[in-house]
Every structure is written in C-alpha cells, then in structure tokens.
Design a protein around this ligand. Structure first.
Ligand SMILES: Cc1cc2nc3c(=O)[nH]c(=O)nc-3n(C[C@H](O)[C@H](O)[C@H](O)COP(=O)(O)OP(=O)(O)OC[C@H]3O[C@@H](n4cnc5c(N)ncnc54)[C@H](O)[C@@H]3O)c2cc1C
Length: 413
C-alpha cells in the first residue's frame, strides 16, 4: 500500500490550508473528506459572504482568543492575517475591509474563497479523496493507518486532524475527530459554545419573535452586582434572543452562568440618556402631551409591537391618558424602558452555535507546531482545538493559521 507523507482529515479551511502547505513543501499529501466537496461550512460563513480574517493588530488578535490566547503567539507569527491576505491576493482574490477591521472577499461570496482553495489544492498536486469518513486511526512502527467507516484504509507517516467541531452538523462536522483523538489518549476540554442564541424564561418575549431592537444597551446581574456589556443590535426569537450583540457575548454569558444559577440580562432601550435624564423627559412629556394615550406615547420609546405586551406585564391600562399615570406607574415604566429584565435560562445546543469551543485540550498540543504532545507526528488544526475566538474573522484566521503551521511542521519530519 502506498504510504503518504501526510494524510490530512477534513477539507474545511484548516485541512485545505494544511494540505496545501505540505504539498507546497514537496510532500506527498492526501486530503480525506467525508463529503463530496470541500468547505461546506465555509460556504455558510457570514451569511455566505465569508468574513475570513480581521485587520486587528497582533496583540488584539491574541486577546480575541480569551485567557489562553497566547497559545497562538507562535502560530499567528508564522502565518498572520497579512500572510492570509497575501495568499488570496497571490491567487487572484481581492479582499475588502468593512467595519471593525473585518475582511471579506471583494465578490461578497464565500464560494470565491472555496474556489481559490480548490484551485490551489489542484495546482499543488494534493490528492483529494472524497466520501472518506475517518472512523479509526492507529499507529504501528511510526506508520499511521487511517480507516474509513466503510473499511477503506490509507497509510501515512504524518496525520493532521482537521475535522472541525460539532456545530452545524449537517456540514459534516459531527465531532468525529474528538472521538479519534480520545482513542489516542487525548482529553477533550468541554467548553461553552460561542456565537449561539440564548434562551429567555419570559414567555411573553417568545411571542414577539422577529422584532429587532436596533441599538440597545445591555448589562447583566452577576453575584448581586450589575456588570455593563457592549451595546448593539438584538433580535427577539421564539425561544429568546439572538442578533449580533448576543452572538458576540454568548460565550462569556454562558461562562458566567456556569458559576451562577440565575442570570438576568437588562435591556436599556434608551442607552444614550441616563435614568435621571430619561425620568425628566418623561415628566415633561407627560405634562406637554397630557391628553395623549400611553399606548401611543410609548411608541416613541419602544418598538410599537412591544408596547402592549409590556403594558400587560406591568398591568397598566394602555388607553390611559398621560395625565392619569400615577407616580408609581411612571417609575415602573422608567425602570422597564431603562432596564427591562430578561432571565437567561441557557442557550440553544452547540449544534446551533457558530463555533463549538469544546475540543482537544491545548495543554496536549505543542503551540510551536500544533503537534500532539502524546502521539508523535499527529497534528491538530482548526476548530478541533479547544477554545474559540470572538466573531469578526478570528476563527477562520485560526483555522488557516493552524492549518498552515500543521502542514509546514508535518513536512519537516
Ligand atoms: C453559520 C456560521 C457562520 C460562521 N461565520 C464565520 C465568519 O464569518 N468568520 C469566521 O472567522 N468564522 C465563522 N464561522 C466559524 C468558522 O466557520 C469555523 O471556525 C471554521 O469553519 C472551522 O474550520 P475547520 O476547518 O476547523 O472545520 P470545518 O470548517 O468544520 O471543516 C471540517 C471538515 O472536516 C470534515 N470531517 C469531519 N469529520 C470527518 C471525518 N470523520 N472524516 C473525514 N472528514 C471529516 C467535515 O466534513 C468538514 O469538511 C462561522 C460558523 C458558522 C457555523
């Protein structure tokens, strides 16, 4: 049986880059993919537009990976955001920068990113084998045997596992790599997912699905203290809340939940004005528009389809004129508009998250090379590695950088 220099499993961004780098360095590389095409998840990124990296400076990049971000110091030095931009430029795909340093292909189409990867895989002579679902990996006398579900076998001197996590399972990333890594003695760190919608206990919120709150302030009650969070766009859904700001914060909020059973998120519909300032506004409006109904007036401060449900929760008659509102009712309204409490009860399952975060423990991976500290010549790349970055292109850069470093390191054996 032919023995490859490198067998890469998983043709997502990490596996493709790993295979390309190995082949560029003259190695005989096979790329095994269970689907019949490469990059299925990549096609879905950023609603099909693919936010493939970020222009943030190096140190910010590390911070975006949280407490253990320094794990990536060497990896991002060896293949940086600039290197990724140069790679796509070299192969004819221009990128453009949008807000917060996010980079997209100029085509606004993730397919053009996948097309470049496919073309470079072909040009560099990588042997791509589709419909090969790795089921078992063993090592005897320095040679790995990779066996598929349907009993096909491949042999290689080096193996790179780039099988992704467990989010959006229909794309092929079902966590197979975790089981294979465990079978070789690795530990899987169980972490909260990232980029996942949150569940809210208040059922009346579920009935308001589809409402977007364009720019709301957020804070959270933790251990009796109120911690302020970034503001942004929030979407109400049939189970709770989603939208960019929630997807950004979900990982940290879920971490806080692990330590506290009850978490309350406070939504501020008027984040540009203090509570005192807003109370003054209410009092002067109540005088000036005294004959106006509360229901109509509140549409100045709340999305119109939230007004009646909120007044029902507060047991205030929506038809009341502003000059009939009692001080107690005014205080209730003030509190609700400035800090509507929502009880967070959990999140959708990690299958619905953008990034799994659970993965092979970083403690068992050499941060210079991505090689396993337990099994020589076994490497990890991409989302299979525990932890995750913030939204904004950081996770795809992580996939490309770890892939590049794994491909290069495996070539030096
Ligand atoms: C909806 C969505 C939007 C996102 N948007 C962005 C974004 O804009 N920017 C960003 O930075 N990140 C984004 N992400 C995250 C990003 O897609 C991932 O971080 C990235 O795809 C991980 O790359 P990977 O190569 O490690 O894994 P994957 O892309 O998951 O690829 C793994 C590959 O391995 C294959 N595979 C799995 N098991 C086996 C097996 N047993 N045998 C053979 N093959 C196997 C799979 O079929 C798959 O092709 C998004 C994620 C989602 C779900």
């Amino acid at each position: 049986m032919e023995i490859y220099d490198i067998a890469v499993t998983g043709a997502g961004p990490a596996g493709c880059m790993a295979a390309i780098r190995g082949a560029q360095l003259g190695k005989k590389v096979i790329l095994l993919e269970r689907n019949d095409k490469i990059g299925r998840k990549l096609l879905l990124t950023a609603n099909g537009r693919c936010n493939l990296t970020n222009t943030a400076p190096f140190e910010v990049f590390l911070e975006m990976f949280g407490k253990r971000g320094s794990f990536y110091r060497e990896i991002f030095s060896k293949f940086s955001n600039q290197d990724l931009m140069d790679f796509f430029k070299k192969y004819g795909l221009k990128l453009k920068e949008e807000d917060n340093g996010r980079l997209f292909p100029i085509t606004d189409d993730a397919k053009s990113v996948v097309d470049v990867l496919k073309r470079v895989l072909d040009v560099t002579g990588v042997n791509i084998t589709y419909k090969f679902r790795l089921n078992h990996l063993k090592k005897d006398s320095d040679i790995f045997t990779l066996s598929s579900k349907d009993n096909k076998s491949i042999q290689a001197h080096n193996v790179i596992l780039a099988t992704g996590g467990t989010s959006y399972k229909f794309t092929g990333s079902t966590g197979d790599g975790f089981k294979i890594a465990e079978s070789l003695g690795h530990h899987i760190s169980q972490l909260n997912p990232s980029g996942v919608p949150l569940l809210i206990g208040e059922e009346w919120i579920h009935e308001l699905q589809g409402i977007t709150l364009e720019d709301v302030g957020l804070s959270i009650g933790v251990k009796g203290k109120i911690k302020s969070l970034p503001r942004g766009r929030l979407l109400l859904t049939h189970f709770g809340i989603s939208g960019p700001v929630i997807l950004d914060l979900s990982h940290n909020i879920l971490d806080m939940m692990d330590e506290n059973s009850d978490l309350t998120l406070y939504v501020d519909f008027k984040p540009d004005v203090s509570i005192e300032g807003f109370e003054e506004n209410l009092m002067s409006d109540f005088l000036e528009y005294s004959r106006k109904s509360l229901k109509n007036y509140l549409q100045n401060h709340l999305p119109h389809n939230m007004v009646l449900p909120i007044l029902e929760c507060l047991s205030i008659d929506p038809q009341k004129k502003l000059n009939q509102i009692t001080k107690k009712e005014r205080k209730q309204l003030l509190k609700t508009i400035k800090s509507l409490p929502l009880t967070i009860t959990g999140s959708l399952p990690s299958d619905k998250a953008m990034v799994t975060c659970t993965g092979v423990s970083k403690k068992e991976i050499n941060p210079q090379t991505t090689e396993s500290k337990l099994v020589k010549n076994l490497y990890f790349a991409g989302e299979i590695i525990a932890g995750c970055g913030r939204r904004g292109g950081y996770n795809l850069q992580q996939a490309f950088s770890t892939g590049y470093v794994a491909g290069e390191s495996a070539s030096h054996n």
